[in-house]
Design a binder for this molecule. Structure first.
Ligand SMILES: *Cc1c(COP(=O)(O)O)cnc(C)c1O
Length: 353
């Protein structure tokens, strides 16, 4: 029925009687079992968590609903975030829903068309910054420190609280935590949120093990893998084009405590996985989301044995977010014909009966 994460997971969230019960229907996203890719990878229990099914098309809504509820509870007058696109789309939507003005700072020329369209439609105040995401986040941190505006990037702990509910759902659906969780890493809030969620569920006796956390950055934006910030991060996966992740240490902690890895994948590997997801699984995700699948394919090729293992890939956002890339990168181009039977039959679409 779409009760929302605030109500469904109330006992695990910083919710009090004074917290408004907001929901745009976030959460309860499908966990879909792989039909083709898993077999090819020798992984018979591969699942995709479709976070693109959230109200604004990415997992950001889970954290945003909690951040807005707490902001309203604290009588905030406005919220602000820096964003590669999805955070701004989400903040703009909840801003409209709650009548709480949202101010979003986006790096000029770097936000995918679908995300920009959302923020503009929902009516946020959009500030285009001549600089990258990291610069924009720095500005937002300084501004919200100085002025009475609530910061709703994932450095706000309420965002992490909301996002951890996705880990709860994975366990609720599988009846146990998976063996491996593959996830893209940008600002690194989400990997921290999942790890927190898995730990809390286990502590509550609702699962009995913890997954290995397998985080993937894009090669041109891989500060955690390189061990140093990247001043000019570059990748087609704009949602993870981040050179100095806010939750850097938390990501390392999740990796080390879970026996996982944080590795990188190239743009070519991301694009391959992006196309495979759509053409072999019927799942159209955004490029950043495909980094999780690209990471799985990379480690499988390197010899990771997945037989009998339960693997979940987090598909963080919807492919419609970045329609330009979808059209320009597609292998499958439309075939143009005159509107006649002869023309249609001349293509050789089917044999006669
Ligand atoms: C925000 C985002 C990410 C990265 O998540 P972090 O918490 O910044 O690591 C990955 N994919 C999509 C689609 C996103 O919107």
């Amino acid at each position: 029925m779409g009760v929302g994460v605030l109500r469904r997971y109330k006992d695990f969230l910083p919710v009090t009687d004074a917290t408004p019960q907001l929901t745009l229907g976030e959460g309860e996203t499908p966990l879909v079992r792989s039909n083709r890719l898993g077999k090819e990878l020798g992984c018979d229990q591969l699942y995709f968590k479709l976070e693109g099914c959230n109200p604004t098309g990415s997992f950001k809504d889970r954290g945003m609903v909690v951040a807005f509820a707490k902001a309203l509870e604290a009588n905030s007058r406005a919220v602000m975030c820096a964003s590669t696109g999805n955070t701004s789309a989400s903040a703009a939507a909840y801003g409209a829903y709650c009548d709480l003005p949202a101010i979003v700072l986006i790096p000029k020329g770097e936000v995918a068309m679908g995300k920009l369209a959302q923020a503009m439609s929902y009516g946020a105040t959009i500030i285009m910054v001549n600089g990258n995401f990291d610069v924009a986040l720095e500005l937002v941190r300084d501004f919200t420190f100085k002025h009475e505006v609530t910061l709703v990037n994932s450095v706000n702990p309420d965002r992490i609280e909301g996002q951890k509910t996705a880990a709860f759902e994975v366990v609720d659906d599988l009846g146990e935590a998976p063996d491996f969780l593959f996830i893209p890493v940008g600002n690194a809030g989400n990997i921290v949120a999942y790890w927190k969620g898995f730990k809390e569920y286990k502590a509550a006796g609702l699962s009995h093990k913890l997954p290995r956390m397998m985080g993937f950055q894009a090669e041109g934006a891989a500060p955690i893998v390189n061990g140093a910030p990247v001043s000019n991060p570059q990748t087609i996966a704009s949602a993870i084009r981040i050179g100095n992740p806010a939750s850097w240490q938390g990501a390392l902690d999740a990796r080390d405590a879970s026996g996982g890895v944080i590795d990188s994948v190239s743009d070519d590997e991301i694009l391959d996985a992006y196309r495979l997801m759509a053409s072999k699984e019927g799942i159209f995700c955004e490029p950043a989301s495909a980094a999780s699948v690209a990471g799985l394919i990379k480690l499988r090729k390197a010899g990771l044995d997945l037989a009998g293992r339960r693997v979940v890939c987090i598909i963080t956002g919807n492919g419609l977010k970045d329609p330009d890339l979808a059209v320009t990168s597609a292998v499958n181009q439309p075939i143009e014909v005159e509107p006649t039977m002869e023309a249609l039959e001349s293509i050789g679409l089917a044999k006669p009966p």
